[in-house]
Write a protein that binds this ligand. Structure first.
Ligand code: SAM
Length: 204
């Protein structure tokens, strides 16, 4: 029987073991999440599109994994997408899809290499929460947007169970640093009865 990574994916871990987990999961990730009806990328892409007027403006897919999030955005009509990830094995699968303008391997916690405003939108789909990236990543991504830039992200029910994650969003909205345009709870991985919130924030 093949190893079921979903059973261990949501345990808190440090960046080095996150990378090790995703490197090891890369070959079976798509089959495993497809089998469980992975719905969040399509929901995020549709939400982002509903607030986007220029579909040819570049979008950064942060934590792009094997490229399922980029694929959902491509299918929604976003024309220019770059991908970043911590795991070289996940990233090489993303590259093989031929949907990204460019891809880059990053270190956890490293500052973004682009200037604020280079991307009209940034996506962090299935990236922040137990077993993946910490909430500090949200602040890095918000700082990587120019005024009017959009961030689409998801928190699954495990991430929602830890108040630190939604508190990270409030840090931006409460002080007027960002406006919450969209928040909706819906299917994430219905096969394991896991849901997620999808959010769209606008940097003000
Ligand atoms: C559950 S997967 C989601 C991948 C893709 N966005 C999708 O929707 O299929 C989480 C991804 O986030 C990446 N990741 C976790 N922590 C990260 C960090 N600090 N910086 C960049 N990528 C990270 C992992 O390597 C993994 O590919």
């Amino acid at each position: 029987m093949t190893d079921r990574f979903l059973d261990k994916a949501y345990t808190a871990r440090d960046a080095a073991s996150t990378r090790t987990l995703y490197d090891a999961w890369s070959k079976s990730y798509e089959a495993e999440v497809a089998e469980n009806g992975y719905a969040t990328p399509g929901r995020c892409a549709a939400a982002l599109k509903s607030f986007t007027s220029n579909m040819s403006a570049p979008v950064l897919d942060f934590g792009c994994g094997t490229g399922l999030s980029g694929l959902a955005m491509k299918l929604a009509g976003f024309e220019v997408i770059d991908g970043l990830d911590l795991s070289s094995e996940m990233l090489s699968q993303a590259e093989s899809k031929g949907i990204y303008r460019k891809t880059r391997l990053v270190e956890a916690g490293a500052p973004l290499a682009h200037r604020p405003g280079d991307y009209a939108a940034i996506a962090a789909i299935g990236v922040i929460g137990a077993g993946a990236a910490p909430i500090s990543v949200l602040h890095t991504l918000m700082k990587g947007l120019g005024k009017g830039g959009l961030l689409v992200l998801s928190f699954n029910d495990h991430a929602l169970a830890d108040p630190v994650n939604e508190a990270g969003l409030s840090e931006w909205t409460d002080c007027g640093g960002a406006r919450l345009l969209f928040r909706k709870h819906g299917d994430h991985l219905p096969g394991i009865n896991l849901k997620s919130n999808v959010y769209v924030l606008e940097k003000t």
